[in-house]
Design a protein around this ligand. Structure first.
Ligand code: MG
Length: 381
């Protein structure tokens, strides 16, 4: 079997799919994207495709090595995401070629259901209790919310109180048996995060996500030691090597993104490293159906898995949603807050190719907002 063609499709709301075709008719799909930089990743995929055309798609490990390291310069979100999407497509092809789901090729299932969480509130959380009630009604047992919108470098007493009040509202709406995760989104300075973490700890968040920016990873050990709240990070880390200092700092939860951190191959390895530090896997996935399908395949085969993000109804998905480009929604039908294992081959989903080709022709560019403080200076989004 040889790879004969690689195409990419830019799709609303902010996604990029890749389609890898082989000479015996098997087609694999992946989702190589950096949110807001889809066009750049598309060019990176085209460059990497030059190497893959004519190759045996089943030599996934070897291709991963060449795609990641063979250009001499390596790493970063764009290249790691381009590799990630192609890697997903190669695993999809391998599963279809062998007639098994990807999780069977990763060693077989260790669970039959994967707990997923739902987003509540947007960038500026409001009407939180209503959102939570709706997700509880839909069967979810865990939700995630942003800690705050635009935040002062050292939060004021009012800003701090607002974070705590929203967390308290969420805890009350959820009761003691459901979980809430709180995403700091790198909007806080290390000192600001320490102050807030202390106050939300009694509300028992499942974890606090990205309490500081990835460039402040050297400060993570002190932050971890300063709080009883489990610390999560990793959506902006792209390899085992980049996760290592975070594990050494004592993070509780690793959040690699299947479409950013080198795909199924590298996230499976990151999970193995996490296991040696007693850390749990909770892949980042505010993306589309291929990224989520790849995440679920890893979750079914990973012992130290905690919970999966998914984007159904997320505030970004305005023009299209998780099910817009799949023919069979069954793999993403969540019951009692869980996705359920199927034995469908490859990634386990069927892409609506006609919808994908049609959407590509008219996809508007998505960009994240640029926020500013009241004095006009740049603020983290
Ligand atoms: Mg996040």
């Amino acid at each position: 079997m040889k790879i004969t063609r690689i195409e990419t499709f830019r799709l609303p709301p902010r996604w990029l799919f890749c389609r890898v075709e082989t000479d015996d008719g098997i087609v694999g799909w992946g989702e190589p994207v950096v949110e807001g930089r889809a066009e750049v990743v598309r060019t990176a995929v085209a460059t990497l495709a030059e190497y893959l055309i004519g190759q045996d798609p089943l030599r996934i490990q070897d291709h991963w090595q060449v795609l990641t390291k063979g250009g001499f310069y390596r790493g970063g979100p764009v290249l790691s995401s381009a590799v990630a999407g192609l890697d997903q497509a190669l695993w999809d092809i391998a599963g279809k070629a062998y007639g098994v789901p990807v999780h069977a090729l990763l060693g077989g299932p260790v669970r039959d259901a994967v707990r997923v969480y739902a987003w509540v509130g947007g960038d500026e959380p409001a009407e939180l209790a209503d959102h939570i009630a709706a997700q509880v009604e839909a069967g979810f047992t865990a939700v995630k919310m942003n800690a705050a919108g635009r935040t002062s470098p050292l939060p004021t007493a009012a800003e701090t109180a607002a974070v705590v009040e929203r967390a308290a509202t969420a805890r009350e709406a959820l009761g003691p048996d459901r979980d809430m995760a709180i995403d700091f989104h790198g909007r806080f300075t290390p000192a600001g995060a320490r102050r807030v973490l202390e106050l939300i700890a009694p509300l028992h968040p499942l974890f606090a996500e990205e309490p500081v920016l990835p460039e402040h990873t050297p400060l993570l050990p002190r932050l971890v030691e300063s709080t009883a709240v489990p610390i999560a990070t990793g959506e902006r880390l792209f390899s085992r090597a980049e996760f290592l200092p975070a594990f050494q700092a004592g993070i509780a939860v690793a959040q690699p993104d299947l479409s950013h951190a080198g795909g199924i191959s590298e996230v499976h390895r990151i999970a193995a490293v996490a296991e040696t530090f007693g850390a749990l896997l909770a892949p980042h996935c505010p993306l589309g159906p291929l990224a989520l399908a790849a995440s679920l395949q890893v979750a079914f085969a990973t012992p130290n898995f905690l919970i999966q993000e998914q984007s159904l109804g997320i505030h970004y998905n305005k023009s299209a949603d998780l099910l817009s480009y799949v023919l069979d929604p069954a793999p993403f039908r969540f019951t009692d807050g869980h996705a359920h294992r199927t034995t469908l081959p490859g990634l386990g989903i069927t892409v609506d190719e006609a919808a994908v080709r049609q959407a590509d022709a008219s996809a508007p560019a998505w960009r994240n907002p640029v926020w500013r403080h009241p004095d006009g200076s740049f603020a983290e989004w």
